[in-house]
Design a binder for this molecule. Structure first.
Ligand SMILES: [Zn+2]
Length: 167
């Protein structure tokens, strides 16, 4: 695999030519994800550059992958399925953002360099859960529940001591 995602993108040219970029980028190529995702994983992407029906410059597509994060309840690894739609409105400057319809997130070209990895990283960051957790009730919450049940039966340990009434 060659390092195409670290190369600056000529987004204006991609839009003019109506190019679709597809492939796989590794989490290791995206530094802002390093502290959040536990191990390297491939992120699949498909991004189409072009004009929409209203003539607006857009980038649309999706990013997909399966990553591991730290569960905020049990602190063990939890697998997160990523499947995020990308809908970006491409504008030259901050001024253009106001003219975008609400369904488009702004991608401001300005003078800065935009790499494919940056674009994908932004979308992954938006798609990751703020508080990753297992879908099931994982260990610590279960122990807590057990504690409550014990507390509800404070006399359970006395059961053996209670003698049946004599006749
Ligand atoms: Zn958990």
């Amino acid at each position: 695999m060659f390092d195409q995602w670290q190369r600056p993108l000529d987004i204006r040219a991609l839009i003019r030519q109506g190019i679709t970029l597809e492939g796989e980028v590794s989490v290791a190529a995206m530094p802002r994800l390093q502290g959040m995702i536990l191990r390297d994983a491939p992120i699949c992407f498909s991004l189409s550059f072009g004009k929409n029906d209203e003539g607006l410059a857009v980038v649309s597509g999706e990013v997909e992958g399966r990553v591991e994060m730290t569960c905020q309840r049990c602190l063990k690894a939890v697998a997160i399925e990523l499947n995020a739609k990308v809908q970006l409105g491409v504008v030259e400057s901050e001024d253009g953002v106001k003219r975008l319809p609400p369904e488009l997130d702004p991608l401001i070209l300005g003078e800065g360099v935009i790499r494919l990895a940056d674009l994908i990283e932004d979308e992954v960051l938006l798609a990751l859960p703020a508080v990753p957790m297992h879908a099931y009730v994982c260990a610590p919450a279960y122990r807590e529940h057990e504690g409550i049940r014990r507390a509800e039966n404070p006399f359970a340990s006395l059961r053996g001591l209670v003698k049946p009434p004599a006749h």
